[in-house]
Design a protein around this ligand. Structure first.
Ligand code: PGA
Length: 252
């Protein structure tokens, strides 16, 4: 079901104590009548503690920021999907532009991760988005469509309810430069149209498409107010409880 979602991506930040405190303050701020999902994507080593802290709160979900596609084996330093499942982590971010850029993750590799996650019954937050030069050349639709086609659109319609798409234009990540609400809406509408073409009305209307890239308390309302923007994947502003709580409130 299409939902408004606030997802925080902590990236490689915070100590364990800081992370737990942040999650505690955010969880305590949530009104029990609020049912829109809040997702906290934390470093691997904090996930178990965060799951234990938040498990009684049904709309708070803990996510990993990556995973390996093989279930086990000689992959020193990697974390598998069964490992995440064994500590009750059910959400994983895949294809963040920082993974693509700094760790050479290709559409082909992401397809393997997507398949392994879907097979394991996990929820996938699939990131897509274009770099600045592509935006300048007005090729962003083709670029994002290729990312979706090559890593995601081979899935069958009946598993698309395990997928959340996050559109994150790279030029807006961590730069303080946000896509305008109109630019975000334009791309989200385009992505939904592609989903519609591929999967039909039900899937495309049910899909949550999040915007990411310098979402802040002062722009969240406008961004989330757009018809096809179903919330945000928030980096920097999710590290501060007050800021992130204001962004959660902008979902309502
Ligand atoms: P930002 O990061 O909010 O700091 O721009 C967003 C993201 O990379 O998910």
């Amino acid at each position: 079901m299409r939902q408004k979602i606030a997802a925080g991506n902590w990236k490689m930040n915070l100590s364990l104590d800081e992370g737990l405190q942040l999650a505690r303050v955010i969880s305590n701020s949530l009104d029990l009548t609020e049912t829109k999902p809040v997702i906290l994507a934390a470093p691997y080593v904090y996930l178990k503690s965060l799951v234990d802290l938040t498990f009684p709160i049904s709309n708070v979900h803990i996510a990993a920021q990556n995973c390996h596609h093989e279930p086990s084996g000689a992959y020193t330093g990697e974390i598998s999907i069964p490992m995440l499942k064994s500590i009750n982590v059910n959400y994983v971010i895949i294809g963040h532009s920082e993974r693509r850029q700094y760790f050479n993750e290709t559409n082909e590799l992401l397809k393997l991760k997507v398949d392994a996650l879907i097979d394991a019954g996990m929820n996938v937050i699939f990131c897509c988005g274009e770099p600045l030069e592509v935006r300048k050349a007005e090729q962003q639709n083709e670029f994002v469509n290729a990312q979706l086609e090559e890593s995601l659109f081979h899935l069958s319609a009946n598993v698309m309810n395990q997928v959340i798409i996050a559109y994150e234009p790279i030029w807006a990540i961590g730069t303080g430069e946000t896509a305008s609400p109109e630019q975000a809406q334009e791309m989200h509408q385009y992505i939904r149209a592609q989903l519609n073409e591929k999967y039909g009305d039900n899937v495309s209307q049910d899909m949550s498409i999040l915007y990411g890239g310098s979402v802040k308390p002062n722009n969240a309302n406008q961004l989330f107010g757009k018809e096809d923007v179903d919330g945000g994947l928030v980096g920097g502003a999710s590290l501060n409880a007050d800021n992130f709580i204001q962004i959660i409130e902008a979902l309502y």
